[in-house]
Design a protein around this ligand. Structure first.
Ligand SMILES: Cc1cc2nc3c(=O)[nH]c(=O)nc-3n(C[C@H](O)[C@H](O)[C@H](O)COP(=O)(O)OP(=O)(O)OC[C@H]3O[C@@H](n4cnc5c(N)ncnc54)[C@H](O)[C@@H]3O)c2cc1C
Length: 463
């Protein structure tokens, strides 16, 4: 039995704790925040409900760790079968995600986290310590007082607690302290990029009347406006969590005053303005922050068998592929598979994890970045729609050999991200050739037609 310290009781840290405990190890789970299930936190959460899209990789990983917990948290998901594009005139146009009726699913992040904490509470192998903020880690017996790796936490009362364990799993999110400290022990390559986009959360309230949903709950709604966009995902109570993404300069400009913000909404998202209502828009404007979006890659993820980074701490991506949490959950499934494969030789397993997992994580971080352009701009461009049609036709005709990229990423947990990326590059080249040759053939056909018609006309003129 190993003693494991998990830093961060967010979504990925909770799954990591459950996975290690399930294999009989003793887990101590720490988080800087108060318990999400406490009264104060519940009140806080009711003011801001954030939902995420969970897809095949996330679901598969949850099931691989605890089928009962997976069943419990997935009971309330809302399937989304495609995008619903809202144009400037208020028209709506559906675009299916999959070729065979597949879906991604809207899930309440806080509820998911709380349910995982409930399951953790019932697990005798896990002890949860909220309000414990990691301040340091010490590896390789740097601190001679201890034989094993240590983590230092600051408690709510300002006390310092040093905890010894066999290894540390850093699941403390995008601004990970574990990662920061780990860099003292490994030559970590590290790249962080703030993209030219910030986001603001808004809400579409539930509708009065028998149907609480004012727009389809089974679509991810997008108002693409090229340089910025608004999206909305359904919540179980009939409301929608909506997010405005825009470059910081534009966001600043439209947020100059209540009037500028309302005018912007009326002009650019007239139907969303009606759905939200002016008072709801202003409430979000006043209370919700404009948050930055960061993309982050690093490697290696581990130091020997002593410390390993997972989830956003290891790979933070912009949210446009809806894969951050899914990839984090998949980290845990892959890690457990490698630990089992290496017969729990932890050092060998952590090294192998870094080697095997890195190319997949780089692939999804890059794909997420690319998808911003697709969601905000391409979804309404004709060349994109033509290519998507061709992609779909090929996927239907050659179903075993051809899978569109979105389907590989979102519906096929068996295809690693890096394979999905390389396969899609090949498929893209083929689609490009088909589109080019079809356009060329069309031009030749039109040329021949003009020539034929022209010859007849000129022939008659000079008769
Ligand atoms: C706008 C937006 C939309 C998104 N949409 C999606 C989506 O649709 N689908 C999807 O899959 N992903 C989505 N994501 C990404 C997803 O939210 C993250 O990938 C996921 O939450 C990462 O989980 P995590 O557990 O690694 O990190 P976090 O959820 O950030 O959890 C980290 C935990 O560590 C704790 N912590 C931090 N520092 C310390 C410390 N020093 N000591 C102790 N504890 C600490 C924190 O309190 C927190 O509980 C979205 C992200 C954003 C910003």
């Amino acid at each position: 039995m190993h003693e494991v310290t998990v830093v961060g009781a967010g979504l990925v840290g909770c799954l990591a704790a459950l996975a290690f405990a399930d294999r009989g190890h003793k887990v101590a789970l720490y988080d800087a925040r108060p318990d999400l299930r406490s009264e104060a936190e519940l009140k806080n959460a009711s003011l801001r409900s954030i939902n995420l899209a969970v897809s095949a990789r996330g679901i598969e990983a949850l099931r691989s760790v605890d089928t009962k917990m997976a069943e419990r948290v997935l009971a309330d998901i809302i399937p989304m079968y495609g995008r619903m594009i809202h144009d400037l005139q208020g028209g709506q146009h559906a675009q299916a995600y999959g070729l065979w009726g597949e879906c991604i699913n809207s899930i309440d992040r806080a509820q998911l986290n709380r349910t995982m904490l409930d399951v953790i509470e019932d697990n005798a192998n896990i002890t949860f310590f909220p309000e414990h903020k990691l301040t340091n880690i010490s590896l390789s017996r740097k601190d001679k007082k201890y034989q094993r790796p240590t983590s230092t936490f600051e408690t709510k009362e300002g006390e310092e607690r040093v905890v010894e364990s066999d290894y540390i799993i850093g699941a403390d999110g995008a601004f990970s302290k574990t990662r920061d400290r780990l860099q003292r022990y490994v030559r970590m390559n590290y790249a962080q990029q703030y993209i030219d986009c910030v986001y603001l959360e808004l809400k579409i309230p539930k509708a009065d009347g028998p149907d609480p949903f004012s727009i389809s709950p089974n679509h991810l709604h997008i108002w693409p406006r090229h340089k910025y966009m608004l999206i909305a995902l359904a919540n179980g109570d009939g409301s929608f969590t909506s997010t405005l993404f825009a470059p910081p300069a534009l966001m600043e400009q439209v947020c100059e005053s209540q009037n500028t913000f309302i005018s912007f909404f009326k002009e650019q998202f007239p139907d969303a303005y009606e759905l939200m209502g002016e008072s709801q828009i202003l409430e979000s404007y006043e209370n919700n922050p404009r948050s930055p979006l960061v993309s982050l890659k690093c490697s290696p993820y581990n130091h020997k068998g002593e410390c390993l980074l997972v989830g956003d701490a290891a790979h933070c991506m912009v949210p446009f592929y809806g894969q951050g949490m899914n990839a984090g959950f998949e980290d845990i499934r892959v890690l457990m598979e490698i630990l089992d494969e290496k017969k729990w030789n932890v050092e060998e397993a952590f090294n192998t994890y870094t080697e095997r997992r890195h190319k997949d994580l780089v692939a999804i971080v890059d794909l997420a970045m690319r998808n911003y352009v697709e969601m905000s701009h391409s979804v309404v461009s004709l060349p994109y729609l033509i290519r998507k049609k061709v992609d779909g036709v090929l996927g239907r005709v050659f179903s075993s050999a051809w899978v569109p990229l979105y389907s590989m990423v979102s519906f096929r947990a068996d295809i690693p991200y890096s394979k999905a990326l390389s396969r899609s590059a090949r498929q893209d080249r083929i689609i490009g050739n088909i589109v080019n040759w079809t356009s060329f053939a069309g031009l030749v056909g039109m040329g021949a037609l003009f020539y034929y018609k022209g010859r007849h006309l000129f022939g008659r003129l000079f008769e």
